[in-house]
Design a protein around this ligand. Structure first.
Ligand SMILES: Cc1cc2nc3c(=O)[nH]c(=O)nc-3n(C[C@H](O)[C@H](O)[C@H](O)COP(=O)(O)OP(=O)(O)OC[C@H]3O[C@@H](n4cnc5c(N)ncnc54)[C@H](O)[C@@H]3O)c2cc1C
Length: 411
């Protein structure tokens, strides 16, 4: 079945990038059709909600853009078009008040559940006239701007021909939410280069001994710092039977990935007392008296209780260093050899995606004028802390702007 959508526009993918793009397009006066493969929109958005729902960050604009590393310059533009302040105003407009936590992270107030935000958002889209076509999977491109779709409930296939289209199909992790990366071959078929997907913001695997696994199991390590090369990140991690999870490890996945890909050692260095200066650490370690066990000395002098002694036994020298200087060196840079990253499907986000050279400055596919791309399906990565959702919102708003300009220029 062939359907001409006339001047209507199509957004494919009902995650935060696609939903925001649809809202901006409808507010600008477009008739919008949003196609989503799943039975409901925003599934990964709700998953993000269960893990703390960190919408953005109050960091200053320069530091914020730097979070996008190699894409810093592009994101400076996207973020100035739809900034963290705009995001908070957008949420407030939907009746969702936000606050800035002590770490600078922006969250909805506790009384607002993630589903409340999504419900208010979908209701707003419907009031704006956006037509939501759930259970409609995009299968690929047809000639002259056509999009092939399949109704997942009936199996019926249709071809629609909108005036312009915006794809926001997500990355390739948490496939059960719909972000399965299955769009890749179809983009490659029309000549769009796609950088291979890789896990970002994910746990790291460590080949613990059986003894360590049995004794430590799953335990947190609070207020520590991890380094990988020159990059250092502080926070709390979880020791698990397969390795490490937690914000500092997630933030260092780009460095670990690069080292693993180069075949070299991918070593994290753990600082167990990052709040102490080197002199303070040395001074505390110098108080050690003979006769006391290492475990009770570390507990008394440095409040390093379990699982630290087991961790030192697992990764450190056979006997605890005899001198304070050697002990300080060990406690401030305990090497942890990482064997691999956790599987992509478990990752919080995806590195890789539509290559930047495939796009013009409006996020339009060069290979397919009138088709724009936004969100995590683009090749960028950023740490957790609100930078992921903000990046999806900002690229969604930017691509919508590009699409409107393109429509204006092309009748
Ligand atoms: C556990 C977890 C916790 C997270 N926590 C946070 C957080 O606190 N803060 C933060 O900033 N970020 C967080 N994120 C990341 C954030 O959720 C994602 O970056 C964001 O959802 C990506 O938005 P998107 O719109 O680009 O893609 P998605 O949200 O993945 O949406 C893409 C949509 O496209 C649909 N789709 C895919 N293929 C097709 C097709 N062929 N046809 C039609 N529809 C299709 C999918 O079903 C999906 O609904 C978290 C992620 C996870 C997994």
């Amino acid at each position: 079945m062939q359907q001409l959508l006339g001047n209507d526009v199509a957004v494919v993918g009902g995650g935060p990038a696609g939903l925001l793009a649809a809202q901006r397009l409808a507010e600008a006066g477009c008739r919008v059709h949003l196609y989503e493969a799943q039975a409901t929109v925003g599934r990964k958005f709700l998953v993000a909600g269960h893990g703390g729902f960190n919408l953005s960050n109050a960091e200053d604009a320069t530091a914020f853009s730097a979070r996008y590393a190699a894409r810093r310059a592009d994101f400076t533009g996207f973020l100035s078009h739809f900034s963290p302040t705009d995001l908070r105003a957008w949420a407030a407009d939907l009746g969702i008040a936000t606050f800035v936590g002590t770490s600078g992270r922006v969250f909805p107030e506790a009384r607002h559940k993630p589903a409340d935000l999504l419900r208010a958002w979908v209701a707003r889209l419907q009031r704006l006239g956006v037509q939501l076509h759930v259970r409609h999977r995009w299968l690929g491109f047809g000639p002259g701007g056509a999009l092939h779709l399949r109704n997942e409930a009936t199996g019926e296939q249709t071809t629609v021909r909108p005036a312009a289209a915006l794809l926001a199909l997500g990355g390739a992790s948490w496939a059960k939410t719909g972000s399965d990366g299955a769009w890749r071959p179809e983009l490659e078929r029309i000549g769009v280069p796609v950088v291979p997907f890789a896990a970002s913001n994910c746990g790291a695997e460590v080949a613990w001994s059986e003894f360590f696994r049995a004794k430590v199991g799953r335990q947190p390590l609070k207020n520590v710092a991890f380094s990988c090369g020159p990059a250092t990140v502080r926070g709390e991690i979880m020791l698990t039977d397969y390795g490490l999870e937690g914000t500092p490890v997630y933030a260092l996945t780009p460095q670990l990935r690069a080292r693993l890909a180069a075949g070299g050692p991918a070593t994290l260095h753990l600082h167990l007392k990052p709040d102490l200066s080197p002199a303070q650490l040395l001074e505390k370690l110098a108080r050690r008296k003979t006769g006391k066990s290492v475990a009770s000395f570390l507990q008394e002098a440095l409040r390093l209780g379990p699982p630290v002694p087991t961790l030192l036994r697992e990764l450190g020298p056979a006997t605890f260093p005899a001198t304070a200087a050697e002990a300080a060196a060990l406690l401030s840079a305990l090497p942890i050899p990482v064997t691999s990253l956790r599987p992509l499907d478990e990752a919080i986000s995806t590195a890789g995606g539509v290559a930047w050279e495939a796009l013009d400055e409006h996020l339009m596919l060069r290979a397919r004028p009138g088709t724009f791309v936004a969100g995590e399906m683009l090749d960028w990565e950023a740490p957790t802390g609100g930078y992921l959702l903000q990046g999806c919102f900002s690229t969604g708003a930017w691509a919508a702007r590009g699409l409107l300009q393109w429509l204006a220029a092309n009748g």
